[in-house]
Design a protein around this ligand. Structure first.
Ligand SMILES: Nc1ncnc2c1ncn2[C@@H]1O[C@H](COP(=O)(O)OP(=O)(O)OP(=O)(O)O)[C@@H](O)[C@H]1O
Ligand SMILES: [Mg+2]
Length: 221
């Protein structure tokens, strides 16, 4: 089982959104996928209750590292191919406990200098623990490429690895969560909205290759 953590101490960066879209992309590609919600705010627990179908959401809000490790082991023993772990957005031992157990950590970041400064603590925690990690630009404005270009440049100068795509800001993304879905499952999308679905799928395809997960569904190879 591959384990992916979604971690950044900066609140509202898009962790839960990224976690559920990646999990659904994996499910659509026939990987048996589980989400572990470790954020007591329960964003994905509530989304999972509205959804009531795969990928299922398991919760573990304990701060004891053993409990998180046991949750990972239970999920692996149940036969999952992929575990995606959502974490909370403020200082807490949980994200570090999660990171230690992961094969890969994605760090969502809005493309602003303030957000860039805010991810540095998370990135150095991941570097210190030698956990492979990439920043994923999230909530990028669609009316100007400038913030995205500036963010890539700041990340490059700081030698922080980043996914070279981006997730843009679209109203359909929060709307899709109301019914426990993701943008990749909605019918009747406009062309602009369909691009959001493509962005998440392309992030998943890249992540699958990083993790060396064999394609189960040739359509997404
Ligand atoms: N690409 C996007 N386009 C539009 N809205 C978005 C996008 N990504 C996230 N959002 C919205 O921004 C808000 C914050 O996103 P999300 O809850 O995923 O962040 P988070 O990092 O999990 O926050 P927290 O730190 O509180 O857990 C939510 O209302 C979400 O619907
Ligand atoms: Mg969240």
């Amino acid at each position: 089982m591959k384990k992916v953590g979604i971690i950044t101490a900066k609140g509202g960066s898009g962790k839960s959104t990224l976690a559920r879209h990646l999990a659904v992309a994996a499910d659509q590609a026939d990987f048996s996928t589980v989400i572990l919600d470790t954020d007591p705010q329960g964003t994905l627990r509530d989304w999972g209750e509205a959804r009531n179908k795969e990928p299922h959401v398991i919760t573990e809000y304990g701060t004891n590292p053993d409990r998180i490790e046991q949750a990972f082991k239970r999920i692996e023993a149940a036969g999952a191919d992929l575990l995606i772990v959502d974490t909370q957005g403020h200082s807490s031992p949980i994200p570090t406990n999660v990171a230690k157990l992961c094969d890969l950590v994605l760090v969502p970041m809005r493309p602003t200098p303030d957000d860039f400064r805010a991810i540095k603590g998370t990135v150095s925690m991941l570097q210190d623990r030698r956990v492979p990690h990439f920043v994923v630009l999230s909530q990028c404005p669609t009316n100007t490429p400038r913030p995205k270009a500036e963010a890539y440049s700041l990340l490059k100068k700081a030698s922080i690895p980043a996914w070279m795509g981006a997730i843009h800001m679209k109203g359909i993304i929060p709307s899709s969560g109301i019914s426990g879905e993701t943008v990749m499952e909605l019918e009747g999308l406009t062309d602009a909205e369909a691009k959001s679905a493509d962005e998440f799928r392309s992030l998943f395809t890249w992540m699958r290759r990083e993790l060396d997960m064999k394609a189960l569904n040739p359509a997404i190879a």
